[in-house]
Write a protein that binds this ligand. Structure first.
Ligand code: NAP
Length: 268
């Protein structure tokens, strides 16, 4: 896969996360191109990663094998209309735009000619720990190319129905914010109990890192791990009893469900 020419349209945060992942995995900078409407942003990306940059989307996609669309959903129509006549046969086109469905993409892109893949990534991709969920009806070559690009910035998984991306958005797309809220409240409470601000922040952050690693590496599920650290009558038990009493699990369930509903409502 390292021979592929990969172009990003839109050089924002998510594009940078994926570019950084590709470079760190050994993909040659000379095989990566990014286009953006802001010259200053292109200069930054060129200085940081030594990749090719273009102000013109059409010039950027010349000789591209994989095109990653990384502009905001509301910017996508302009981008697609501008490049639709310049796509090479068999190009793999990956869209990470939230809520922008295949039907909308196909309005501009001929799915018989190119391979379309939709992806819902999340921001931990910025530190190489992303969770990207992919959906595509295209053939295996396109799926493998998309998997290759996304796997350089974290874990990947596939869904076989596009509508499941709403649930994915609710769990992993918006999910980092739920963990940040938990850390924020833990830190603030630690401070109100007398801890210095920096120490309270460190305790919340490192507890999140350690717990996340245990979830991924221990081979045990979340409920088991929670039971393991909850001695009957102990401090953790006291905390969890109070959290259940205050309705925390119900609040999380209705929050995640609200995110899925919002994703459906916003879908275009
Ligand atoms: N961030 C997340 O947590 C997250 C998670 C999952 C999916 N996504 C999806 O990822 C996509 C990118 O998000 P982001 O946060 O990286 O956005 P972003 O930082 O706004 O990056 C988009 C970049 O594209 C530029 N742009 C606008 N119009 C353009 C055009 N016609 N041609 C070329 N470049 C153009 C923008 O310039 P201006 O700033 O001047 O407009 C900006 O630099 C979005 O569709 C979003 O839905 C994001």
């Amino acid at each position: 896969m390292q021979h592929l020419n990969i172009t990003f349209i839109g050089g924002g945060n998510m594009a940078e996360a994926l570019i950084s992942g590709l470079i760190h995995s050994g993909h040659k900078a000379s095989k990566i191109c990014v286009s953006d409407i802001k010259e200053t942003r292109l200069d930054e990306l060129n200085q940081q990663y030594a990749i090719r940059t273009e102000l013109s989307n059409i010039t950027a996609i010349t000789n591209t094998d994989v095109l990653l669309l990384a502009v905001k959903p509301q910017q996508m129509d302009v981008v697609l209309a501008g490049i639709a006549d310049y796509l090479a046969e068999n190009m793999t086109i990956i869209s990470i735009a939230a809520g922008l469905g295949m039907v909308r993409l196909q309005r501009y892109l001929n799915a018989d000619k190119v391979g379309l893949v939709r992806v819902m990534p999340n921001t931990p991709a910025l530190v190489g720990e992303g969770m990207s969920v992919l959906f595509s009806d295209a053939d295996d070559m396109h799926k493998q190319r998309a998997e290759y690009v996304l796997a350089t910035s974290g874990e990947t998984a596939w869904v076989d129905e596009e509508k499941l991306l709403h649930a994915v958005t609710a769990v992993s797309g918006s999910g980092p914010a739920y963990f940040f809220l938990l850390a924020e409240v833990m830190q603030a409470t630690g401070e109100s109990l007398g801890l210095p601000k920096a120490l309270a922040a460190k305790l919340a952050a490192q507890t999140a890192v350690g717990s996340g690693k245990m979830l991924v590496e221990s081979g045990r599920n979340a409920a088991d791990l929670r039971a393991q650290v909850t001695s009957p009558g102990g401090t953790t038990q006291a905390a969890l009893d109070e959290m259940y009493e205050c309705g925390l699990p119900r609040a999380i369930r209705s929050g995640v469900t609200a995110a899925a509903k919002r994703s459906k409502d916003l879908a275009i």
